[in-house]
Ligand binder design. Structure first.
Ligand code: FE2
Length: 427
């Protein structure tokens, strides 16, 4: 007797007609026609059953603060930072918590159950740290929230960053962050990468830096991040987020850089929704897309995930924390239109994000946690095409969200109702 049986599922790897048996929060068996009973049975009806979406790059402390105190007029990263700075003195633990909890409810409904959120530590009161640690605890049954100590105003540029960052880590923040391209000089950026990696090494933590989020082809802090990773033996535990300057770099230099990144086993997180809107703002025409070189990174054997980064905050006015929207935009911006490319875009918001976050027990194999999403689509490509409805969201074997099947009908002149299906059964 199992706790839950999901019947007739399509899996992201192409397996079809699979039953998934769950007990004590774990996947016990995946096979065709499992002869057993369960407390709960769900008929997946040939729809895709995937591990939950992973947002490996997010800012939950700023989410849903759009318009406070005003909107971003230039649309640039720098005005976003300025705006957030204006709001900071007015923040309270309670206001951050309320917005974050609302955000988590959106995330759960969208099947996004693993989130790495950066939390700004350039506020000596560490209010956002306090608020997000409380949210992490409160949301534990539903969402695994990993926090990154993020010096938004610069590690050296803001004088008390070092002290605040260490205090945040002492309080339980999980990962060491940074923002080398925002330091006063290239040299200070380089030094910040070095010092932050040393802190991570001493404390046995992961690193995830906002790195080279700029259109400046000479912003090359990824080079230092890569070499520090190797010097300190942090291979596999370090992520370079954004890396948009790679878009504008000289091709020769990139051909030297990619093998070095591979050698250091660096993870990369691109944020397509944000960087297609923030980058290229100083260009006339042609305007650069500004996203990092995703297909080239993947071809070099580097793990690339996609993050949402922002939802309705000083940097981005849109979004509902739908990782399929992220995959869809990523696929377009990076021109990942081959079948393999489209599948990779799905992986970038699921498996690759899990890898970057170092998640244990993620996936669809016996022994993995029974964390699942049933989508109203037959396969990963169709899921991206349709931004498919999340029919059921399951965490550790418990149903935590559901929605109705979406159907569309036309009323044409002959009076008959006609159903429209956007699914073509390809792939
Ligand atoms: Fe970010």
């Amino acid at each position: 007797m199992f706790d839950m049986l999901i019947r007739n599922a399509n899996l992201p790897d192409g397996r079809q007609g699979i039953d998934i048996a769950i007990k004590n929060g774990k996947i016990i068996e995946l096979a065709r026609s499992i002869q057993a009973q369960a407390g709960t049975e769900i008929d997946a009806k040939g729809y895709l059953v995937s591990p939950p979406f992973v947002d490996s790059h997010f800012h939950m402390d700023a989410a849903l603060s759009l318009g406070q105190p005003r909107l971003n007029q230039s649309g640039t990263l720098l005005e976003g930072i300025e705006l957030w700075g204006e709001l900071k003195p007015h923040l309270t633990v309670e206001s951050i918590k309320q917005r974050a909890l609302e955000m988590c409810r959106w995330s759960i409904a969208r099947g996004t159950l693993f989130i790495r959120s950066h939390v700004d530590i350039c506020d000596d009161r560490l209010l956002a740290v306090e608020a997000l640690l409380a949210v992490k605890e409160e949301m534990k049954p539903y969402i695994d929230l990993q926090l990154v100590a993020f010096p938004q105003d610069g590690f050296f540029r803001y004088s008390r960053s070092q002290d605040n960052l260490l205090r945040a880590l002492d309080k339980g923040v999980d990962v060491v962050g940074g923002i080398p391209h925002f330091e006063r000089t290239m040299d200070e950026g380089t030094r910040s990468v070095r010092v932050l990696c040393e802190i991570a090494e001493r404390r046995g933590l992961q690193v995830d830096m906002h790195c080279d989020e700029s259109d400046d082809p000479l912003s090359r802090h990824i080079e230092t991040l890569t070499s520090e990773t190797r010097r300190l033996g942090l291979e596999g535990r370090v992520t370079g987020s954004h890396l948009t300057s790679m878009h504008s770099m000289d091709n020769y230099y990139v051909s030297k850089l990619l093998p070095l990144m591979r050698e250091s086993n660096i993870h990369v997180i691109a944020n397509p929704l944000i960087n297609i809107t923030l980058q290229g703002r100083h260009d006339s025409y042609p305007k650069r897309r500004g996203m990092t070189r995703v297909p080239e990174l993947l071809n070099a054997g580097i793990n690339v995930a996609f993050g949402h980064d922002c939802v309705m905050d000083p940097w981005y006015s849109m979004g509902t924390h739908d990782m399929l929207e992220v995959a869809n935009m990523g696929l377009h911006v990076a021109q990942m239109t081959s079948v393999k490319g489209m599948q990779q875009a799905f992986d970038a918001v699921t498996y690759n994000g899990a890898k970057a976050m170092g998640l244990k027990g993620y996936g669809l194999e016996p022994g993995c946690n029974a964390d699942l999403v049933i989508l109203q689509a037959a396969n990963p490509i169709e899921a991206i095409q349709l931004k498919a409805n999340r029919l059921f969201v399951i965490k550790k074997g418990e149903l935590i969200a559901r929605s109705s099947v979406q159907e569309h009908y036309l009323k044409l002149s002959d009076g008959e109702e006609q159903q429209v299906s956007f699914s073509k059964g390809l792939f």
